[in-house]
Design a binder for this molecule. Structure first.
Ligand code: PLP
Length: 483
């Protein structure tokens, strides 16, 4: 990064946006608030100035979907900072990024090897593309109730069993900071002519620090989506799509990119990517590590090749409280907002904006909870997390297209799901379309429902959408081709 520092000081898009606003043009283009001329409660509160920069795509500010000017320059600088060949600015998060990269690489019935603890956006990408998932099932730490990383030997075994698979998908890192041996997976995949796609929703910080695990681009992966907003300081909703080499065609990514984003990308979001890239390229190392990592318990689990130390996974069982109770209570009592609460853990994400005071408040918050709830002899009984990955019978697309009916959860065991059910956060689906619904999955859904966890699904909380088998015509040949 150091020898590129002069170039990385530039912010072509942000600079052009500022110049545009300074020039004070008469706005007969959209948006209708006319650079903040029409006030409302929000503009009065956050300042009219913010709206002045909401300038859509006037002359001089380039077109995101055919970038040739300042956006091209800004994207090129981001690509350079991340050691990629090309970059696209996504204003639809890594959710949009994942849809883009999967639709760029895979068509109907192409096979993709991927971990089962994927984000919902990946399931949606499978539905839209028609790609067939070959799931690798990472171990689940039943103690903490979180999925571990994919073991490289399991991924290689899946490659051996599915030599026609077109792509391998790796999460780098998981929500809880676990990374697999990405370099090894890339080497093995490329040997077999398979593309490597990464989900780096939680890994943008890897690009700006030598002390964190290896980034997808450094590991040699072909394409990735990284949430700059989650841990590199840009505004919420902003991500980068990065690619390198020639296994994935640039033109295909450009095509897919335009499919999943608004034709009116928000300039504040785009400018925030430009500004955050500059800040992280120049000062990321120091911003990420200024608080040190002395608070981190480096407990290693199955499938853990490395760990992102900026994600603090805190076991709450010693307090006799569920993770999501701690999530609520620490906010209520100490005004500390955690990233998520699970059954047995809470997660704190340390970002480049985290200060020493924030860390002190977190520690203080746990002291308060400890004084109030820690009872050596009378600890609440936190049940062990029990979940077995369901088997998938048909691809998500086939299940999505099949005739459906809605039944009560208790009547759905053994049926084929036609919807995605996930606990939120972390948004890892308990059941996805095409999977056979298990007793474990239903118990977990009921558990989350009764304990106040948030379960996201298409149907009522006590129901689930399944394939209506009686009216489902799927002959044996078709079934085989989708397996
Ligand atoms: C593993 C994973 N992938 C993808 C996403 C989607 O990222 P974004 O929020 O940037 O759309 C998330 C969001 O939390 C995630 O946890």
């Amino acid at each position: 990064m150091a020898n590129e520092s002069n170039e990385q000081e530039r912010t072509p898009y942000l600079t052009a946006l500022i110049e545009y606003v300074k020039a004070d043009p008469t706005p007969f283009d959209v948006p209708g608030h006319k650079l903040g001329g029409m006030e409302n409660d929000l503009s009065r509160y956050v300042s009219k100035e913010v709206f002045a920069y909401d300038a859509n795509a006037p002359i001089g500010l380039d077109n995101l979907y055919n970038a040739k000017g300042v956006l091209k320059e800004a994207q090129d600088l981001a690509a350079k900072a991340c050691k990629a060949d090309h970059c696209f600015f996504s204003v639809n998060g890594t959710t949009g990024g994942i849809l883009t990269v999967i639709l760029a690489c895979l068509y109907d019935k192409d096979k993709i090897i991927l971990p089962r603890n994927i984000h919902k956006s990946v399931v949606n990408a499978l539905i839209v593309s028609g790609a067939i998932p070959i799931f690798v099932k990472p171990d689940i730490d039943e103690d903490l109730g979180v999925a571990c990383g994919m073991k490289s030997e399991d991924v290689i075994a899946a490659m051996e069993e599915n030599p026609t698979a077109k792509a391998v998908f790796v999460i780098n890192p998981t929500y809880f900071g676990v990374v697999s041996d990405l370099k090894k997976i890339v080497k093995e995949a490329h040997k077999r002519n398979m593309i490597v796609i990464c989900d780096e929703a939680h890994g943008s910080n890897f690009y700006f620090s030598d002390e964190l695990p290896c980034s997808a681009m450094e590991a040699g992966a072909d394409i990735t989506a990284i949430s700059m907003h989650k841990n590199s300081g840009s505004l919420t909703q902003t991500s980068l799509i990065l690619m390198q080499g020639d296994r994935v065609e640039y033109a295909e990514v450009k095509r897919a990119f335009a499919m999943f984003s608004s034709t009116s990308p928000n300039p504040l979001l785009l400018a925030s990517l430009d500004a955050a890239r500059k800040e992280m390229a120049l000062h990321g190392q120091e911003l990420i590590h200024k608080n040190g990592s002395e608070y981190i318990d480096k407990r290693h689990n199955s499938g853990v090749y490395g760990i992102d130390e900026t994600k603090l996974v805190i076991d709450t069982r010693g307090l006799g409280l569920y993770g999501y109770e701690v999530y609520r209570k620490i906010r209520e009592l100490c005004n500390v907002q955690m990233e998520l609460g699970e059954v047995s853990v809470v997660l704190a994400c340390i970002g480049p904006g985290t200060s020493k005071k924030h860390i002190d408040n977190l520690i203080e918050g746990f002291k308060v909870l400890s004084n109030r709830y820690y009872q050596k002899d009378d600890r609440a009984d936190i049940p062990q997390y029990k979940y077995s990955y369901p088997d998938n019978l048909v691809s998500p697309r086939v299940a999505y297209d099949a005739p459906h009916k809605v039944v009560f959860l208790k009547d759905s065991i053994g049926e084929i799901s036609a919807e995605t059910v996930m606990a939120y956060p972390p948004g890892i689906p308990l059941v996805i379309p095409g999977e056979i619904i298990t007793d474990d999955a239903i118990k977990l859904i009921e558990f989350y429902n009764s304990e106040g966890g948030e379960v996201l699904k298409d149907t009522r909380q006590d129901q689930i959408k399944i394939i209506d088998r009686e009216n489902w015509y799927l002959n044996e040949d078709l079934l085989q081709s989708y397996k």
